[in-house]
Write a protein that binds this ligand. Structure first.
Ligand SMILES: Cc1cc2nc3c(=O)[nH]c(=O)nc-3n(C[C@H](O)[C@H](O)[C@H](O)COP(=O)(O)OP(=O)(O)OC[C@H]3O[C@@H](n4cnc5c(N)ncnc54)[C@H](O)[C@@H]3O)c2cc1C
Ligand SMILES: *[C@@H]1O[C@H](CO)[C@@H](O)[C@H](O)[C@H]1NC(C)=O
Ligand SMILES: *[C@@H]1O[C@H](CO)[C@@H](O)[C@H](O)[C@H]1NC(C)=O
Length: 421
């Protein structure tokens, strides 16, 4: 069936179910595929949360930016309009990428997708000696592919999410927060420029200096201010390896004090701070069973159950130090100097060492393991909260110890962030 015929089918469908008055010619410019096939519609109504399921009438597989422009113009120009939603990798928790009776744009599988490395014109103003590099990527590109593409040039983005099988447009619509955020800010603070298709179907380039209202609206805008078709992401020289450290606490205030201390070092030279600071709560004897710990299990120096026996809830502070062959000889001393400042349970130091890409892609390893047991595609009623420092003690006693203690086996991450990043 040729594209034109398929489009006609879709338009009839829109008219008959929703009373829309779309002119068939309005969508004929689309080079990609506008599909009403059951498998496409089903796919676009699913997400990682598994809690919400709204079916669109059609799914657009764009072949280019122009297809997104065409679709948005049609939606805007039609008498009653219809909803349009971009879907990156569909890893939302609560239906955020779904479009009930509308059109979902499948962003993550653009054929002949591209990735271009460049250098800012005024890179001398950057503080890093090799600063000013960026990568231009399609909005639906997955971060794992952005990483692989950049590494070919010895470069890498500097701010991450814990999991890389998420799209650029999807995480930039939220924030993109991980253990690097205390240092570099979330991913939305590491973008130089965007191309956005607005609700009127206009393709607009925006940045801090150009159409800045749109730029700041779209970043963290939950997909409500336009479709990101291109993002220009800041890069740094890629580290080669990562020293990855975990230490345990039974005293929550000591744990958060140390976390806060580590992120207060964000302005220090690289040699005097960690590159990543996170942490998690252990409410069962879970570290060994925890889905994120497979990298450490052969090297556990302590029996968790013996520590857990005396108080129930434990806290794990997690840090990394990046290095390459020029700093390999000093990394041990640097790590040791930082650990000396911390007040964790003696002898609870877990350490491992791996290539940079293996560290960044660590959750994928857990994904494969859970998939093989049929435990990945299950409902995920996840919740993210920002808690101010002033209320975190109360949160610990009420939620971690009170509500959750010994009653959950899901991951509970807790990590500190500087508000001004
Ligand atoms: C295993 C796992 C680990 C995670 N870890 C982290 C983490 O460490 N840090 C963190 O910050 N988040 C994390 N997340 C959350 C994740 O960043 C968000 O759920 C993100 O939205 C998922 O990206 P996606 O590409 O799957 O987006 P989708 O679910 O496809 O879309 C999310 C939202 O963005 C919109 N959108 C998608 N693409 C575009 C676009 N091109 N232009 C405009 N809007 C668009 C959608 O309409 C929707 O509103 C994690 C999620 C999972 C499943
Ligand atoms: C936890 O540590 C703080 C000091 O950091 C101390 O005041 C408090 O008594 C400790 N709590 C317990 C239960 O040991
Ligand atoms: C360090 O690594 C880089 C990049 O992999 C390589 O080009 C360089 O030759 C290495 N230098 C030394 C001293 O090993």
């Amino acid at each position: 069936m040729d594209t034109e015929l398929l489009l006609m089918v879709v338009i009839c469908l829109l008219i008959s179910t929703d009373g829309l008055t779309l002119e068939p010619t309005e969508l004929l410019g689309v080079e990609g595929r506008l599909s009403v096939e059951a498998t496409d519609v089903e796919m676009a109504s699913l997400d990682f949360g598994g809690l919400s399921r709204d079916k669109p009438l059609a799914v657009l597989h764009p072949a280019s930016v122009n297809d997104v422009v065409e679709l948005m113009s049609s939606a805007y120009g039609s008498a009653r309009g219809f909803t349009v939603s971009a879907r990156g990798h569909g890893h939302s928790i609560n239906g955020q990428a779904q479009a009930a009776n509308g059109v979902v744009i499948e962003m993550s599988r653009l054929k002949g997708s591209w990735l271009r490395i460049g250098e800012l014109a005024h890179s001398s103003s950057s503080s890093s000696s090799k600063g000013g590099f960026y990568v231009d990527v399609w909005g639906g590109e997955l971060w794992i592919d952005v990483l692989r593409g950049s590494l070919e040039y010895g470069l890498a983005p500097r701010s991450w999410t814990d999991y890389l099988y998420l799209s650029v447009g999807g995480t930039l619509s939220n924030a993109g927060i991980s253990g690097q955020a205390f240092n570099h800010g979330p991913q939305i603070s590491n973008v130089y420029e965007l191309d956005v298709v607005t609700g009127k179907g206009e393709l607009v380039t925006c940045s801090e200096d150009k159409n800045s209202e749109l730029f700041h609206g779209v970043l963290g805008g939950l997909g409500q201010f336009g479709i990101i078709t291109r993002a220009r992401i800041a890069l740094e020289p890629a580290p080669q390896r990562v020293r990855w450290i975990r230490v345990l606490y039974s005293n929550f205030s000591t744990f958060t004090r140390d976390q806060e201390y580590l992120i207060s070092l964000h302005g220090e030279p690289a040699s005097q701070k960690f590159d990543y600071v996170e942490g998690f709560v252990i409410v069962d004897e879970g570290l060994i069973n925890n889905w994120r710990s497979s990298f450490f299990s052969p090297r556990n120096p302590v029996k968790i159950s013996s520590i857990a026996a005396n108080g129930g809830v434990l806290y794990c502070l997690e840090m990394t130090k990046n290095y390459d062959n020029t700093t390999a000889t000093t990394v041990d001393q640097e790590v040791e100097a930082l650990l000396k400042k911390l007040d964790f349970i003696p002898a609870s130091v877990f350490m491992t060492d791996l290539p940079y890409i293996d560290f960044l892609d660590r959750v994928h390893k857990a994904e494969l393991k859970l998939k093989s047991k049929g435990l990945w595609d299950v409902p995920h009623p996840w919740l993210n909260l920002f808690v101010p420092k002033s209320a975190i003690e109360e949160f610990d006693s009420g939620v971690f110890k009170g509500i959750l203690g010994n009653k959950t086996s899901g991951p509970i991450l807790i990590y500190p962030m500087n508000k001004d990043k």
